[in-house]
Design a protein around this ligand. Sequence first.
Ligand SMILES: *Cc1c(COP(=O)(O)O)cnc(C)c1O
Length: 349
Amino acid sequence: MSDSEITQLVRPLVREMAPYRSARDEFEDFEAQKIFLDANENPYDTDVNRYPDPLQRRLKKVLAKLKGVADNQILLGNGSDEVLDLIFRTFCEPGEDEVILLPPTYGMYGVLAQLNNVRTHSVPLNEDFELDLEAISAQINEKTKVIFVCSPNNPSGNAIPLWQIEALLKRFKGLVVVDEAYVDFSEQNSASSLLKIYPKLMICQTLSKAYGLAGIRLGIGFADPEIIYFFNKIKPPYNVNILTQKRALASLDASDEVELQVKELIAERKNMEKALSNLSFVKKIFPSNANFLLIRVDDADKRYKQLIENDIVVRNRSSLIGCENSLRVTIGTPQENIKFMNVCKSIDQ
Ligand SMILES: *Cc1c(COP(=O)(O)O)cnc(C)c1O
């Protein structure tokens, strides 16, 4: 490995360590008819008696085509949560390096930072929940390794304009992670088009939201092949199980249905936006490019309780910066949304 800018960002320990070599690493052609006596498996076929492909080659081939990236630009994980954890473990020296978070944002970045003993600096998003580039620049120092951008942002729902992400990439010499868990619902394109120009950009996506596969746990990372090399070096060898790989392949094959559902959910979101705006306890509905709405109400605790009493569970996000008295509501099926709106009308007095 050359001592490129990416290599220099990686923790010395990760640069130097020898990866665990699993019994199957040597076999490029994973599905060839061979007699496998190398991994102490039970030889009798149960569909899952063999270890999974550690590099998930078939699945990556399909995803590469679908997303317009190369196979070697993809990392797959046990949910985005594992992908995000690998970012910390690859780039952030515990007790030394730092990251920047942009609240209000997804809670896992902070949890993983704490777990990995990595100090965080928080730079709040501005009143439109977009990047405050000047304030971010002011927080960057020698130890800053990663900045986490969530777009569309959870819990606010808005997409961060691509020009702001590009401006950040120009200012910062560390890794910029753009978490696009909700990109399939967004009018704005993925930031993946910037991967060619900025090798220190990383994109996270997931099959948990639009694809309806939260239960199989499949997170996706796109980055420069050199970054992926280091992730592959330290990830648990069999981190994506066979059932998940099979189910993901089947669903990606039937993505027309997902596209229809996404269209319907966006239409439902727009309807719900209109209906909610007629209620007197709803003070503000934040613009959304996701499958949820953040709404500011008169009294979030009171409204949250009333909804629970009517068997409707939403997320109270009031404790987050910029989200005072705000509830986050996921868009359900048309029937669920009607029930939700009926309850909202009934408590609107
Ligand atoms: C839901 C969500 C994820 C998904 O995580 P998985 O572990 O892939 O289920 C990631 N990032 C954000 C911002 C999310 O809201």
